[in-house]
Design a protein around this ligand. Structure first.
Ligand SMILES: [Zn+2]
Length: 349
């Protein structure tokens, strides 16, 4: 089969690799229906995170189960499944606390970690899925093809945006500011609307992303950043900051903007992968009772709640994909994301 390998900075290749097979009784083999490129894939692509040896890449995919091992109970051949971006057993102590990203037996796609010989990446034709019962979530029926992009966002970005909103305690009537207009930030807008926010300020400088944010429920757009952005948020909210600020970038600047856009007593939900050394100003947080919660999103924990809304049409994160390419153009997909020509690229094997 063909699978995407990263060899080093800006070196993405679609290569012929061994076909995956069931190696453990808890495995499933899943031909990929659709996969995508994540903003976090750009860290190794840009060389910010080192690539020590070539390895498979991609951690978001949906597919149809082809084969399962003898111990697999919750999915069967023919099931349409969503794979969260972390492998988990859904039974250990951390999973039972809803923190599947810290699964005691889990692992990551495209690495040597976790059970089995090596784990495939999501940007390929087929994937061996370890701990299939714990990791995969099946839809009740074969979904309509138009729902596939939305279902694919449940692998990562929609669940991550939701995690930001939940961590920041967004509820009915909340005022919300969203820092970051990538796919996660846009999904955070959608999550805030779903949870009943009355005011959602999307901080974005790009017209195409502002449009999606508006479609997703943003009531206001702030294009300024830094002090000007914070002042604009406060002006829209009658002089104080937001009840909830959703930090969806992960830089020092974005975290600073998020913290200072929250009202005294407000919450910052942070889900941006930290890069460039964001640190918390405890003195400022102390003085203003600004609360911070969040981290890497346990997508598997949120899937049962969000899946019915996507299947029923109440939640449609699909429009975060503004470019679709065949898998053999995966290198172009990375280029488009890297150069911000696309918000998020969907790949079809
Ligand atoms: Zn676990």
């Amino acid at each position: 089969m063909r699978a995407t390998m990263i060899h080093g900075p800006r070196d993405i290749r679609l290569e012929e690799v061994a076909d995956p097979a069931v190696e453990y009784p808890t495995d499933a083999v899943v031909p990929v229906v659709s996969a995508c490129v994540c903003g976090s894939d750009l860290w190794p692509y840009r060389g910010v995170a080192p690539t020590k040896r070539p390895h498979p890449i991609g951690h978001e995919f949906v597919g149809v189960v082809e084969e399962v091992g003898g111990d697999v109970r919750t999915v069967k051949p023919g099931d349409f499944v969503i794979a969260p971006f972390v492998i988990s057993d859904n039974t250990c102590r951390n999973c039972r606390h809803g923190v599947h990203t810290s699964c005691e037996n889990g692992g990551n796609w495209g690495t040597k970690t976790g059970p089995g010989s090596s784990v495939d990446g999501g940007q390929g034709e087929r994937v061996r899925v370890p701990l299939a019962d714990g990791t995969l979530v099946a839809t009740p029926d074969q979904p309509d093809p138009t729902l596939v992009p939305g279902l694919l966002t449940l692998s990562d970005v929609m669940c991550t945006g939701h995690h930001a909103a939940v961590s920041a305690r967004v509820g009915a009537g909340s005022t919300v500011a969203v820092v970051g207009d990538g796919a996660v930030g846009l999904c955070a807008v959608l999550a805030a609307r779903r949870l009943g926010a009355s005011r959602i300020i999307a901080m974005s400088r790009h017209a195409d992303r502002q449009k999606v944010a508006g479609d997703f429920g943003a009531t206001d757009i702030v294009s300024e950043r830094g002090d000007d952005g914070i002042a604009a948020v406060k002006e829209l909210l009658g002089g104080i900051g937001a009840d909830a600020v959703l930090e969806c970038v992960g830089t020092k600047e974005s975290m600073d903007q998020a913290l200072r856009s929250a009202r005294p007593g407000g919450f910052v939900g942070y889900v941006g992968v930290p890069a460039g050394g964001p640190e918390l100003p405890v003195g400022y947080m102390f003085g203003n009772n600004v609360n911070v919660a969040g981290g890497v999103a346990p997508a598997r924990a949120y899937l049962p709640e969000l899946l019915p809304d996507v299947l029923g049409g109440a939640l449609d994160p699909g429009p975060v994909f503004d470019l679709e390419l065949p898998l053999d153009r995966v290198a172009d997909a990375y280029t488009a994301m890297d150069q911000r020509q696309a918000i998020k690229v969907l790949l079809r094997p």
